[in-house]
Design a binder for this molecule. Structure first.
Ligand SMILES: NC(=O)c1ccc[n+]([C@@H]2O[C@H](COP(=O)([O-])OP(=O)(O)OC[C@H]3O[C@@H](n4cnc5c(N)ncnc54)[C@H](O)[C@@H]3O)[C@@H](O)[C@H]2O)c1
Length: 429
């Protein structure tokens, strides 16, 4: 790959757009990031980073000379050779991906004299590239190239994932456009999978579905462990050492959430259904996950009886550690269920907050969350939770009950500190 510096416009200054822009600047390219949110762009222009993503602040600061931020399309496109689309693609009520932001970008691209290549980073249904191609052609922009280059980064490790990915997937209608996108990644040591556009789109959806399937699989194994007296932590270790299986994504817990898995599973399920195929396995994966989020309530009831009038501390709001993203977080479902059961709910998270969680009390420390509480539920495995003096925290609680929704804490130490400890799938303990 030749590493010639290019001029790149990135549409969308969210988790993916900002990381993509910052990482391409780090690789030597000149990047203009465009968003429709004036406050977000103004903050970025002032050097403030509007999202929490480890390493992103430093990367943006270090590459300030090669990065610009704008709300103007013309400003972003001026001199650009490549236009990355990194706008949101949330679910519609029908479960389909809402591509309205993608279409807005496609329609607002000006007809320019220079040759442009549009690159799709957003996660989109299979067939989207074909439709974008048609729309560009219909606008007299047949010379504009189109490439699918899906994103596999995970929030919390996005910068590292971008710079050291397992693979880079590039699906192009025209091989030369694919070559250009491959060359943008010069300096990154990773296999490049070249394919047609539809296959690149499907690789992204299938990869997410495979990961979600593993999570729901181990959660169901955990539930059977609970019923039969086995310990899912040991079981996961034992099966994960099989080289045909591997250890990743075998941690039982309170289910998956986040801005990608839930909506992407719905989008793939819907894509299949719209094409006349009932994706039975994926339907089960989604249903298992919904039930898993609610199982904690049963565990609390088992110890406390009715939850009406109890105080429950939820430790963690973010859908996983090292992010402030709470989209589709299991904590939201859990909080809603607990409130419906009549419990008072206190929520602690070191970075995430939510204006939408009506009826819960947000507190700044774990100590404030658990003081006088009837139970604490570990929802997000923030590392600091393992460092706490649980003996002292337990002394401040009305009842020493801990439901460890991520099997993160040392259950023997917790029990020695007088806690009734409940993990997920730890039947024998
Ligand atoms: N978040 C992740 O970890 C992740 C990982 C892989 C793939 N993806 C996919 O990447 C895409 C973006 O995800 P995200 O989490 O960054 O979303 P996000 O919601 O954090 O950011 C999207 C941004 O696009 C902006 N936007 C909307 N319309 C615009 C327009 N016309 N021009 C410019 N900007 C516009 C929004 O204002 C917002 O700031 C989605 O399709 C998502 O599924 C996300």
């Amino acid at each position: 790959m030749s590493g010639e510096p290019r001029r790149i416009a990135v549409f969308g200054a969210g988790y993916v757009g900002l990381v993509t822009g910052a990482c391409f600047a780090e690789l030597g390219h000149r990047v203009t990031v465009r968003d429709v949110l004036p406050d977000r762009i103004a903050a970025l222009q002032r050097g403030e980073v509007p999202i929490y993503e480890p390493g992103l602040d430093e990367l943006l600061a270090r590459n300030r000379d090669r990065l610009r931020f704008t709300t103007e399309v013309a400003d972003a496109i001026d001199g650009a050779e490549v236009v990355y689309v990194a706008v949101g693609t949330p679910s519609t009520y029908s479960g389909d991906a809402d591509l309205s932001a993608v279409w807005t970008v496609v329609d607002e691209l000006p007809v320019v004299g220079e040759r442009l290549v549009v690159v799709m980073k957003s996660t989109v249904p299979v067939g989207t590239g074909e439709r974008v191609r048609d729309r560009l052609d219909a606008r007299g922009m047949g010379a504009v190239g189109y490439v699918s280059n899906p994103e596999f980064t995970a929030e919390g490790t996005a910068v590292r994932d971008f710079m050291r990915p397992d693979r880079i997937v590039i699906g192009a209608f025209d091989a030369a456009d694919g070559d250009l996108v491959a060359a943008l990644h010069a300096g990154i040591d990773a296999p490049i999978v070249r394919s047609d556009v539809a296959s690149a789109e499907m690789i992204k959806l299938a990869a997410n579905a495979a990961l979600m399937t593993r999570i729901s699989f181990i959660n169901e194994i955990a539930n059977v462990c609970e019923a039969t007296g086995a310990d899912v932590v040991k079981v996961a270790e034992g099966i994960g050492l099989d080289h045909r299986i591997g250890p990743a994504f075998l941690r039982a817990g309170v289910g998956f959430g986040g801005s990608c898995f839930p909506k992407d599973s719905l989008a793939l399920k819907q894509l299949a259904a719209n094409s006349g195929y009932h994706f039975q396995l994926l339907n089960a994966v989604i249903e298992v996950n919904e039930l898993q989020k609610r199982r904690v309530v049963g565990k609390l009831r088992h110890h406390l009886g009715t939850l009406r009038g109890t105080t429950i501390a939820l430790l963690g709001l973010a859908f996983k550690p090292n992010t402030d993203d709470i989209r589709e977080a299991p904590s939201l479902v859990l909080a809603g269920r607990l409130l419906a059961e009549g419990a008072d709910v206190r929520v602690w998270d070191p970075v995430a907050t939510s204006d939408e969680l009506h009826g819960v009390t947000h507190v700044d420390t774990v100590a404030a969350a658990v003081a006088g509480a009837d139970a604490a539920v570990l929802v997000t495995e923030w590392p600091e939770l393992a460092e706490l003096d649980w003996e002292a925290l337990g002394a401040s609680m009305r009842r020493r009950l801990l439901v460890d929704g991520r099997n993160m804490l040392d259950r023997d130490a917790l029990r020695a500190a007088g806690f009734a400890y409940e993990g997920i799938g730890r039947g024998a303990g």
